[in-house]
Design a protein around this ligand. Sequence first.
Ligand SMILES: Nc1ncnc2c1ncn2[C@@H]1O[C@H](COP(=O)(O)OP(=O)(O)OP(=O)(O)O)[C@@H](O)[C@H]1O
Length: 740
Amino acid sequence: MGGGVKSYSVSPTDYKLLEEVGYGASATVFRAIYLPFNEVVAVKCLDLDRCNSNLGKPVNLQAASADAVQDDIRREAQTMSLIDHPNVIRAYCSFVVDRNLWVVMPFMAEGSCLHLMKIAYPDGFEEFAIGSILKETLKALEYLHEHGHIHRDVKAGNILLDTNGVVKLADFGVSACMFDKGDRQRSRNTFVGTPCWADIWSFGITALELAHGHAPFSKYPPMKVLLMTIQNAPPGLDYDRDKKFSKSFKEMVAMCLVKDQTKRPAAEKLLKHSFFKHAKPPELSVKKLFADLPPLWNRVKTLQIKDAAQLALKRMPSAEQEAISQSEYQRGVSAWNFDIEDLKAQASLVQDDDEIQEIREEDERMKPVVNNKDASYSRVGLRKSISTNYTICSEQTSGGEFPPTQCSSNEGKIPESDLLQSDYQGKIDLEKNGSRTELPPSTSEKDAAQGKAKAPSGKSRQTQSGPLMPGIVLSHSASERGRIFESQSKIDKSGLCIIRCENENQPLAEGPLREVRRAPSFSGPLMLPNRASSNSLSAPIKSSGGFRDSLEDKSKTNLVQIRGRFSVTSENVDLVKDIPLCTVPRRSSQGSPLRKSASVGDWIFDSKQMPVGQLPKEMCNSNVPASLLMPHLQNLFQQTSIQQDLILNLLNSLQPVEVADASQNGKLPPLACSSENNGIVESPISERERLLQIKISELNARMINLTHELNAEKLKFIQLQQQLNAVPEREDRDRIEGDA
Ligand SMILES: Nc1ncnc2c1ncn2[C@@H]1O[C@H](COP(=O)(O)OP(=O)(O)OP(=O)(O)O)[C@@H](O)[C@H]1O
């Protein structure tokens, strides 16, 4: 693996790992010194085992495909080393250490745009900085596409910044080569034609992420995001809060976020857009962003502590849910491969009246987009999307050209849309069917009024409802993570181990913190849970920059919410104000104070390493620093949440009468219901829940015993049957012997 003029050794002892500066789905990144040159580099440690078990393969295929996956990873590292563009991170070298792949690359001292926003620009960057960042990113994409690569994971978290303002696109973890043939490409995604448009869509989403501080729709539960992406107009810079942005910026974003991928411009063409023509050199605009900020590793640590504290104090969705969320988010919004059949199948699992209602509400909110003169591209996208949705049904009804399952699109089933690369496109005659520039009947003013009236219930919809679905609840278990959602939840066994062995005396981040990892981003096929929307606090950001902030009641936002890549505290309640972002100046392009938690992402705890009720001894010492304590507390909290989920689902599956009876009989404390939360208890774990938990454990134990007994009986039965079968043979033998 070349290093250009310099060559870097592949011996781990030549690298002194220093602080952790980032982590992703499958890797932890360290600042390091390359000892022979005394040069600061970044070392990304990829846990190969984790990658094996999580790269989108069902569990039963994982073992068989482990080698193939590792080959993939190595190949990607190799691709990185062949890259030669100033805006693309290249690998100096890579090598395997124990069960890890180390990728050595230039250290980008200011970290990712995502980190930067979280720490200091919660409402996004100003346009001049966005222009520069995006232009550099687009140059990277242009280069990659030209060389036959699709990045497939363009997002703020993968745009890295250096102190001198250099911008580089990183992370080839999910990249694919367009020239790949056969299974590898097919297994990753199914696409037809040139797939560069995939990156352009993500690029548009990234533009919104940089403009708002978060990605669009990110406050919604994952399944809804998926539906919204398909059914609604593409997101854009069309709202009140976006007035500050220039027309050319809005136009550029709208060009990328056209659902019909054939209408998206290639990177090369997009670079010629006036928005980029006027972009300032990054050393002028980007450099300003991090003046006065503390070093990256301190920021990361601060963010980790703050997030851990938030998670410990507030009820949060489980890490597994986060992983699901992230996966679906990416699939639904920032991903590029919209597989209609797959999506329809998934959506049909969760569609309910409530969701239909919400979608109508969303459609209603989308109306202004139609009338927004500035957003000409958005208008086109919206019109096409909507008319397509409703045309399908009429086509179907009249001509029967579509499978029956699509007929009820008006009623909330997933409709076709022109973002899907599908043969159906040709069959959709927008004009012939009275292609509507207005919203269809289901989004009438009446519906809108209902929608508004029901808005609160829409919010509470994210709490769990419906019958107990053990498979889903149990899918929270660590062993199931990867299988269910390609969950690349990463407990960095590798990083911990390697560093302990080789760098015992090095000033690394505290141990427990390193057990905390962000939920991953994903691509590839998605297996949705029936309860995808159970991400009860899934909304990541409720800020002045939220997706529908002009329509929302900000007074209701005093929640601490973390999901996907974002988290937020309310204006009024800062639950972790005792853990200040001490040395970090808080900035906002809007000049508002930092309200959101400066999360570095979602953290996953190794529940196996930390059983409930078993805090390590050092944790009992009250002088233990918060950074040590928090992850453990969070771990406990998370496990409690999972149990709570299970119980709540059990409760929901019981008939109300049964519950009331049980309560009255003194078996259980009274059920706390509220109209807001659909009867679901959101208070901390109660006595009743504890009793239920015990009951469940007893039942589980009984079930295990019974299973054992059953197996023993089965065995006996088989043995008896064998004996029985042997009897005639023996008789025959005896007879023959007797005859003889
Ligand atoms: N060369 C680098 N210099 C400084 N920080 C880096 C560097 N590479 C990565 N990071 C930080 O580490 C984080 C995780 O890295 P990366 O995205 O490569 O990991 P991953 O496991 O592939 O993540 P993902 O979840 O996006 O797949 C980045 O978001 C960034 O903040």
